[in-house]
Write a protein of this length. Sequence first.
Lengths: 72, 290
Amino acid sequence: MKPEHYSERKVEVDGWEVNLTTYQLGAKWHTKADNVSPGAALVRISADTREEAEALALARATKLLSRTKRRV
Amino acid sequence: MSNYAHPEVLVDTAWVASHAKDANVRVVEVDVDTKAYDESHVPGAIAWAWNTQLCDTVVRDIVPKAQFEALLTQSGIGNDTTVVLYGDNNNWFAAWAFWQLKIYGHKDVRIMDGGRKKWLAEIRDLDTAPTDPTPSPTPYKAGEPDLSIRAYLPQVQEAQKAASAVMIDVRSPQEFSGEILAPPGLPETCQRGGHIPGARSVPWGKACNDDGTFKSADELQKLYGAEGVSQSKPVIAYCRIGERSSHTWFVLKYLLGVNNVVNYDGSWTEWGNLVGAPVEKGAAKSVGQG
């Protein structure tokens, strides 16, 4: 099987830059959200459509990122 | 890859596509997110989980020798097998596995340049069913641990006091300054934010191109040379738990050929939790500003 429709884009979530990577494999769409500069994966979601996978990944990433405290 | 000090430790995705199922080659995926392999992987690759198989799960330590030998035997890896590592996040934990394989003396270990990201972006074949390796008929025999590539706390404390090593903090600028205690979205695992006094900030990702491959030797030399890395002084790389710094350790030792570089895997979760340890806060200064 080959991946299809591979894409990467950066979005801002709760003041943090997030990298969204999405591709389709067979009938499933897979999205990973990572926190760009450190690069750690925040969430990995599989769903039936790109929109659903990215929306779920962003929702979960938002929840996680909202817990990060800035100490200035 | 020819201008790297040790180009033999890197293979490109095309090489892996041609050799992944060779009898003397074992491709191993090691991810930050251990679910990535189940989603899809390079055909013929197996997976190691960094948080259960590449560490001591009781004491905080690298994988014990006997467990390491059992893992490699079960993975169908003999002492002469070419092990090719790759993973997500531009090979973070692939580098962590590489470091441990070198500690235990495995001869032929390589990293797939660009990792999982490049493989996907190139629309290469993927499998979803796990590979079930035939265990090696001869039990794997690890060497005595080579701890010359690992830094322990006392060594780092001494180096910090004496300013006898170049300390490279490879975390993000916000972690370095103390603005945050862990990468955004991850649990805070230390009591104090900041960095080891005197450390230079070179986030690990600066060693990579956008496609996940390593930058050229010239670019890497400029990047690390500007922060005081040379052959004349020992280098200690650290991050939060030692995996991002194993990536930088790999770059310095194998791509630039820095002889005396060690990975301090205790990293910030050790230093930043230590009672009485000196901590510096604030953004990185350029060399010469102290």
